[in-house]
Design a protein around this ligand. Structure first.
Ligand code: TYC
Length: 106
């Protein structure tokens, strides 16, 4: 009878693990955009409530957005950034403010 040898059935092959370089997951900036209607105080509240900023830093970021047109609120993995954008947008619409919040790859 023929001997049917499966590959390596005598366990002689040593498989050496290749060094794998894996990319870190992409990160996303959550950005607030300026507009002419959203009250400054509301933007400060958003930065405190959704981005964990203290009142001082929240005020600085709000003023940067007001003067320069946009500003970074935080940097997160994709799903967390997307959730922040949804929450801020929902909260702003509930309060009838046009505040725009977007994410961009960092
Ligand atoms: N420009 C707004 C005002 O003068 C304030 C503002 C700041 C609005 C930041 C949006 O993301 C924003 N009331």
């Amino acid at each position: 009878m023929a001997q049917h040898h499966l590959p390596d059935d005598d366990q002689t092959t040593l498989l050496e693990k290749k060094e794998q370089r894996v990319e870190p997951p992409p990160m996303f900036q959550v950005v607030l955009l300026n507009d002419d209607y959203t009250p400054m105080e509301f933007v400060v509240l958003v930065l405190q409530q959704f981005f964990g900023k203290g009142r001082e830093q929240a005020t600085q970021i709000m003023l940067k957005v007001h003067r320069e047109g946009k500003g970074v609120c935080g940097i997160y993995p994709r799903d967390i950034a997307a959730t922040k954008v949804e929450q801020v947008t929902e909260f702003s619409r509930q309060h009838q403010h046009p505040l725009q919040c977007v994410m961009e790859e960092a």
